[in-house]
Design a protein around this ligand. Structure first.
Ligand code: UDP
Length: 372
């Protein structure tokens, strides 16, 4: 029987461990440095019965039938559809910027004129990344684009990434395009929701197999790799190689939690602050599973640079020079025998939950020739 080591008990590690155990009937040891499973998707019910996402809001959404069919082996989902509000100079409105936002921030007359021009210039329901949206000829639309850039993207992105929108890869701001629609949804994916018992329970179920052993508070550095036939490494790829080519940069976040003796703090799960405050957004957790409590818990999200030993890695920074450094590590990775890298940290990619799961499922199918 083959013996596998999976480094990291987040979704990437849990999926691969589950498949090795359940589909190949091999033994798997899963280790994690943290004191809990589920990586940055870790959630728990607090003393008020509110499900807290320790590392910030995680909202599941996917267009992939493969991912949806797989994850539903481990949980049911509620029908939560994520919407985000923004506080723009004191006006609470919808993000992404859409036609409803247009009418919230401008007079009816101005909004109608702009809507007409937008409909004449773009396809129905078009999603236009802000850096594209700025390339307008019409003076009114040019002015609108400047408004959206300044009021939604400039300060928020500067807080989140430490640089203006032009300084980060276009794929980052394109995640929240200008949406020429009245749909206030943050995502339009076919499948959306929150796991009914939370994310930690999903990962727990994936790892609940007689062939799987979990070791928490365990550093890969203290493991003897030669005891294993294969290693699946979902930790930071630069750390695996002792940073010999340099550190891959990340952004980190710091959450300041507060509890209030009232049923609700704000009118939505997430409110962004693109024009004011030092934090980027406020999360109010009870909305996700509609938890009933006369108290509520919020977290203010502050972005900062990742520094080794000081805080956690959250976001790989998509940028040409970082991708080049990652590619050099990838070359080293290919020379390792029976060691495979995956996950947000192993692949150095800004994966959403579904993309991390899809990557692990496809990796398994390609390498072990078995359908999942
Ligand atoms: N963004 C912004 N203003 C907003 C929301 C998003 O400027 O109100 C930009 C910002 O650069 C952010 C990116 O869009 O990092 C992607 O946002 P998303 O909500 O997808 O980020 P995540 O939830 O993954 O942190």
């Amino acid at each position: 029987m083959k013996k596998n080591l999976v480094v990291g008990a987040g979704f990437s590690g849990a999926v691969i461990a589950n498949l090795l155990a359940a589909k190949l009937d091999e033994t798997v040891v899963v280790i994690d440095k943290k004191e809990h499973i589920a990586g940055n998707c870790y959630d728990y019910r607090d003393e008020n019965g509110i499900m807290i996402h320790k590392y910030g809001s995680h909202i599941f959404h996917t267009n992939s039938d493969k991912v949806w069919n797989y994850i539903r082996n481990f949980t049911e989902f509620n029908n939560y559809k994520h919407m985000v509000l923004g506080n723009i100079d004191g006006i609470i409105t919808h993000i992404p910027f859409n036609f409803n936002t247009l009418y919230d921030v401008f007079s009816k007359e101005k909004a109608m004129k702009l809507e007409e021009k937008l409909c004449a210039n773009f396809n129905k329901e078009a999603k236009v990344p802000i850096l594209e949206f700025q390339k307008q000829n019409d003076e009114d639309l040019k002015e609108l684009a400047q408004f959206v850039y300044k009021k939604i993207f400039l300060y928020y992105t500067t807080k989140q990434w430490g640089v203006a929108p032009e300084g980060v890869d276009g794929s980052v701001t394109a995640r929240v395009p200008v949406y020429l629609s009245r749909d206030n949804g943050y995502f339009q994916d076919k499948y959306q929701g929150i796991p009914k018992d939370g994310y930690t329970k999903v990962v727990e179920k994936m790892l609940n197999h007689k062939n799987i052993e979990i070791k928490l508070n365990t550093d890969f550095k203290n493991i003897n790799p030669s005891e294993y036939d294969r290693i699946f490494y979902t930790g930071p790829i630069d750390e695996y190689f002792d940073y010999k080519l340099g550190e891959l940069p990340y952004r980190s976040v710091n959450f300041k939690f507060e509890t209030f003796n009232k049923p609700y703090f704000q009118s939505n799960s997430v409110v962004n602050y693109p024009t004011s405050e030092d934090f980027t957004r406020i999360h109010e957790y009870k909305y996700y599973l509609d938890d009933k409590s006369d108290k509520t818990v919020i977290a203010k999200e502050y972005s900062e640079n990742f520094e080794l030993g000081k805080n956690e890695r959250y976001y790989p920074i998509p940028k040409t020079e970082n991708t080049e450094l990652y590619n050099k590590y990838l070359e080293l990775a290919k020379q390792e025998k029976n060691v495979y890298f995956l996950g947000r940290l192993g692949d150095y990619k800004y994966y959403d939950i579904d993309k991390a799961i899809l990557r692990a499922l496809e990796f398994f199918e390609e390498n072990f020739g078995k359908e999942v």
